[in-house]
Design a protein around this ligand. Structure first.
Ligand code: DX5
Ligand code: ZN
Length: 224
């Protein structure tokens, strides 16, 4: 009997690796190239040791791109800014449990703002942080590098965690996206999807390529 092919993962290019002098063109280019989501890394120089951009820039890009905006908030606190990111055009808002004392409240707020709530787990964060919030969550994001910078090496120990979260999601019976962020390459994408991920966040692997469409198609094809 022929085994059914595993579903293709969604591909979310991470803007962090794009050419910041041409942001409007870059987001339009990955949309044309077949990206599923646009991943936007918001960093505050406090929760992570780097600073990127905030709601005004996201609001400007919203006019150049129809892809769902997957906004990864590496800021602490996050709660005071959720409304501004929703107004700027975020579709998904993902928070780290370490960014504030009330993860459940943050997720409720994101949902009340009409966005999809997500939780991001740092490499050292155990999965039981999800136990009592999973019913509120639409996306779980596993960091496979320490957050703050693009172009780092994938931490292979996160594959076990991806598998454990996939089992947790299956037990719960709700469809929740499981994304992986950091060091995703053509060489490791198949293993990441085999472990249970269904969204690949890719900065350097897409924006570092000469042909964005070919890079996205190659990442998407790993499960076939
Ligand atoms: C790191 C960011 C990632 C980063 C991924 O803190 O959350 O989204 O842009 O970049 P690559 O794919 O180059 O590791
Ligand atoms: Zn990210």
């Amino acid at each position: 009997m022929v085994q059914p092919a595993a579903a293709s993962p969604l591909i979310a290019p991470s803007l962090l690796a794009s050419d910041f002098t041409r942001l409007g063109e870059e987001v339009a280019a990955v949309e044309r190239a077949g990206a599923d989501w646009l991943h936007l890394d918001v960093m505050d120089g406090h929760f992570v040791p780097n600073i990127t951009f905030g709601p005004p820039l996201i609001g400007s890009l919203r006019r150049h791109c129809r892809l769902p905006f997957d906004v990864h908030l590496m800021i602490a606190p996050a709660d005071p800014y959720l409304e501004a990111f929703a107004e700027a055009g975020a579709d998904h808002m993902l928070v780290h449990p370490e960014a504030g004392p009330h993860l459940h409240r943050s997720l409720q707020t994101i949902r009340a703002l009409g966005c999809k709530p997500g939780v991001v787990l740092n490499p050292a964060t155990p999965i039981d942080v999800l136990d009592y919030v999973i019913d509120l969550v639409e996306i779980v994001l596993v960091m496979s590098v320490n957050p703050g910078f693009g172009g780092q090496h994938f931490i292979a120990g996160q594959l076990d965690k991806i598998g454990a979260i996939r089992e947790m999601i299956a037990r719960g019976g709700r469809s929740i996206r499981l994304a992986v962020d950091g060091g995703v390459t053509f060489a490791n994408a198949a293993d990441i999807v085999a472990a249970g991920a269904d969204v690949l966040i890719a900065g350097s692997a897409v924006f570092g390529a000469d042909d964005y469409a070919a890079a996205i198609a190659r990442l998407r094809g790993v499960a076939k």
